[in-house]
Design a protein around this ligand. Structure first.
Ligand SMILES: NC(=O)c1ccc[n+]([C@@H]2O[C@H](COP(=O)([O-])OP(=O)(O)OC[C@H]3O[C@@H](n4cnc5c(N)ncnc54)[C@H](OP(=O)(O)O)[C@@H]3O)[C@@H](O)[C@H]2O)c1
Length: 423
């Protein structure tokens, strides 16, 4: 049952009483949401989680079965991770409860199956907070832009990377120092791999591709590259080109039914909306065949903005009429390609000696890659000399083959770094 029956509030259970869960509970207990009533809170070792601002009528439990079997209409899952959240969410749906989740990994990996179960039972699974935190981008794509056919999405979807890269840019600090600052400020976890290496943004991109482009893809098929090899010298060279560096997630619906999808650090113009994203902000730009470009930006994380997205989903389920069960629609996963065709920036760090540029240009020529320019800033030591080639548009896969050839030479101090340049 999803609707408010006889004006009585819709009963809601909360799984997870951490950063987002506590902010959700604060809103639900604020008296501002009379249509919904928080009845249960679940967390492991729940006794240490009790707070005095939650009404005494709320049941606290560390047994997930208490939630699955509870007399509630909506279960909110803000625990995170794929397992055991998947089992709990599936169990809640199977026992007739709609679900709201902020869990991008759960939805990217199992969203199609969970949505099918919900559809078959006339229930809802809402997951607005799983992408871009407090920015209501999924609803905007699903409803606000329903009249367009979206063909491309580009986004800065990971606040940790945006924070680290914008600190490297503004303070000329190393990657290691920027990461340490992000961890100290609470923007990066103790193990930040999922953020830095692109898995977090890939999960969000998979969700946007399914919702916005209407082309579900397997998250494991999305090619990712880490921001770890970026050095502060890359920002100096990027600036010479009128650019800065951000982690960009990009997907487009190809005419042949395939989906291009990839997550990369990339050069973006300083003057562009992408270049101006700093701190933990998120940005999503979509392009439709009829309406052209539309952008959404705002706070991509944080307990309160994310909780607002969660509670909005709860309200939209609570306020909607219940819908009849419908046959599950088998999900067709689209083939993914991740080969960027773009102009490129390639930074070499070499122990200088004659003939280096000639050997690099020979490798480029062998693979049909045209050089647009060569940049070398002064005052670097000759035994660790960074310089940059900018290349005309070429497929990333071809560039990788050329660089594999260049990498055989003995003059490299650091492996070459190739980044696409987005106009
Ligand atoms: N934080 C954000 O800004 C943000 C933004 C968008 C989406 N999200 C998503 O929201 C979800 C929650 O994030 P969060 O930042 O609130 O995480 P969090 O602060 O770590 O909270 C998770 C809560 O779940 C509990 N928990 C974890 N594993 C459990 C288990 N196996 N059994 C029972 N309880 C368990 C934790 O208990 P302990 O206290 O014992 O660890 C903690 O209270 C995640 O899916 C995340 O990706 C977060």
């Amino acid at each position: 049952m999803n609707v408010k029956a006889n004006g009585t509030p819709v009963r809601v259970a909360l799984m997870g009483f951490g950063t987002v869960g506590q902010s959700v509970a604060r809103i639900l207990c604020s008296g501002e949401m009379p249509g919904v009533q928080l009845t249960h809170i679940f967390n492991r070792d729940v006794e240490r989680k009790r707070v005095d601002w939650v009404p005494a009528s709320v049941t606290w439990t560390d047994n997930a079965d208490d939630i699955v079997s509870a007399d509630v209409s909506i279960v909110i899952e803000v625990v995170g991770g794929i397992r055991p959240a998947y089992d709990w969410v599936k169990g809640a749906l199977q026992s007739g409860k709609s679900v709201v989740t902020a869990n991008k990994q759960l939805m990217a990996h199992h969203g199609a199956e969970l949505l099918d179960i919900a559809r078959a039972k006339g229930l809802e699974v809402r997951f607005e907070a799983s992408v871009a935190g407090g920015i209501p981008v999924l609803r905007a794509l699903q409803e606000g832009l329903a009249g367009d056919r979206l063909v491309e999405v580009r986004g800065i979807l990971n606040g940790t990377c945006a924070y680290i890269l914008s600190r490297m840019e503004s303070e000329s600090i190393s990657f290691a120092d920027a990461l340490a600052a992000a961890q100290k400020a609470g923007y990066a976890e103790a193990d930040p791999s999922e953020d830095l290496d692109g898995a977090d943004a890939a999960a969000k991109l998979a969700i946007i591709a399914a919702v916005g482009l209407r082309r579900p893809v397997r998250v494991g098929d999305i090619a990712t590259k880490s921001i770890r090899p970026i050095e502060s010298v890359d920002f100096m060279y990027a600036r010479e080109l009128g650019c800065t560096i951000r982690q960009v997630a990009r997907a487009s619906a190809e005419d042949n039914g395939e989906v291009f999808a990839a997550v990369r650090p990339a050069l973006v113009p300083l003057s562009s909306a992408f270049g101006r994203v700093t701190g933990s902000q998120n940005l999503v730009t979509v392009r439709g065949v009829f309406g052209g470009e539309t952008s959404f930006s705002g706070s991509g994380a944080g307990g309160s903005p994310t909780a607002v997205a969660v509670v909005s989903d709860v309200l939209s389920i609570a306020n909607a009429g219940s819908r009849p069960p419908a046959a599950a629609e088998p999900t067709v996963y689209h083939k993914v390609k991740g080969d960027f065709v773009a102009p490129h920036y390639v930074r070499f760090t070499v122990n200088d000696k004659p003939g280096i540029l000639a050997s690099i240009t020979a490798a480029y020529a062998k693979f049909g890659i045209n050089i647009e320019g060569v940049l070398q800033l002064p005052k670097f030591k000759r035994d660790r000399l960074p310089f940059v080639t900018t290349l005309e548009e070429c497929p990333e896969s071809v560039l990788e083959r050329a660089l594999a050839e260049v990498a055989k030479s003995d003059y490299h101090v650091v492996a070459p770094l190739a980044l696409p340049i987005f106009g």
